[in-house]
Design a protein around this ligand. Structure first.
Ligand SMILES: NC(=O)c1ccc[n+]([C@@H]2O[C@H](COP(=O)([O-])OP(=O)(O)OC[C@H]3O[C@@H](n4cnc5c(N)ncnc54)[C@H](OP(=O)(O)O)[C@@H]3O)[C@@H](O)[C@H]2O)c1
Length: 310
């Protein structure tokens, strides 16, 4: 039922044109060889006609026998023929040259059109995500700060967040919340956290912090060398998210306005990366939602939101 389709060999227009071109070239070269042989035979014939048969024996031009002049002229014509075929390719004709030029121009135009469409698509996506962010801010209560730098993290009771550059748990509802909160936003992360992803997350602008000068990342990922540049790269976003890991969290605790933390109700003594302690004299809890342990979630956890008070 799902057998492979038999492939039918096909020659496209371009290949056909190339074959025609090759055939024409072979014919032209053959004509040059024939011309050369005819010239040699003709030259011998002219010499014999004059010297042996005595044809036009006394006829001279500028002191030269007529057959010498005839051979020189023929030789010049042969050289012209040779150059036209092997050097200037003159005999391919203007039509052929025009056709080649038109094919090239058409290809370039097609490529330009594709790039234009791609560019337009990206512009629309950017405009959409900016409009989405602006709407969020406009509907925020009056008096609220314009930009809300938000740390988002999931941490155990002992503040554990990772081990061997990976998460220690799999909590699908926490991932869903992460996706919905960060959707359409800039996400700022350390190089190690970025490398823990199989590929960049869709519909988010990735900003990766590294001290490396020539760090290579897929198209669209912004690379910066310090936290200040990371925040600057996200300045168009009213709610950029700082998504980890341990090193980056430590450096951003004083810069953030909000913390979205998922507190996983378990201690993970084997972890190797930790979230800093939240100083309750600086941060106020403003929202909380419990999530019980169930078939899909090995641990219970709580979604907590903190706002900076100082
Ligand atoms: N539970 C969670 O919510 C959560 C979230 C995110 C990550 N994680 C976990 O956290 C762990 C990774 O965290 P991590 O602390 O080891 O690494 P990380 O913070 O992701 O990245 C560290 C790297 O960031 C770069 N960097 C840090 N500070 C910099 C600065 N000031 N200027 C320039 N570059 C700077 C350096 O990159 P170079 O070495 O290239 O210079 C450094 O090696 C993983 O286990 C991950 O799974 C957990």
């Amino acid at each position: 039922m799902f057998g492979k389709k038999k492939s039918i060999p096909q020659i496209d227009k371009e290949q056909l044109a190339l074959i025609k071109y090759a055939e024409k070239r072979i014919k032209q070269k053959r004509r040059v060889y024939i011309h050369f042989v005819v010239f040699l035979i003709g030259a011998v014939f002219l010499i014999v006609a004059n010297t042996v048969l005595g044809i036009g024996k006394d006829f001279t031009i500028a002191g030269l026998n007529w057959f010498v002049i005839a051979i020189i002229l023929w030789l010049a014509f042969f050289i012209y023929h040779f150059i036209s075929v092997f050097i200037t390719h003159k005999f391919m004709g203007k039509d052929w040259e025009d056709q080649q030029r038109e094919t090239l121009v058409a290809k370039q135009q097609e490529r330009i059109e594709q790039l234009k469409q791609q560019f337009l698509k990206e512009e629309i996506e950017i405009a959409k995500s900016q409009a989405f962010n602006e709407t969020l801010i406009e509907t925020a209560p009056a008096g609220k700060k314009k930009v809300e730098r938000t740390i988002i993290v999931a941490a155990g009771e002992n503040n554990a967040i990772g081990k061997d550059n990976d998460l220690i748990w799999h909590l699908s509802d926490d991932l869903k919340r992460f996706k919905s909160l960060t959707n359409g936003h800039h996400i700022i992360m350390g190089r190690k956290t970025f490398e823990s992803f199989p590929k960049p997350l869709p519909n988010r602008t990735h900003i990766v912090i590294t001290r490396q000068n020539n760090y290579k990342a897929p198209d669209g990922v912004i690379i910066v060398n310090n936290m200040e540049d990371a925040l600057d790269a996200a300045r168009s976003d009213k709610q950029p998210f700082i998504i980890g890991g341990g090193e980056i969290y430590k450096q951003s605790m004083l810069l953030a306005d909000k913390i979205e933390i998922t507190r996983v109700h378990h201690s993970f003594p084997n972890a190797d990366t930790f979230f800093p302690e939240i100083d309750k004299s600086l941060w106020k809890e403003i929202a909380r939602r419990e999530h019980p342990k169930d078939d899909k979630h090995e641990f219970s956890f709580t979604f907590l939101t903190y706002e900076r008070i100082l």
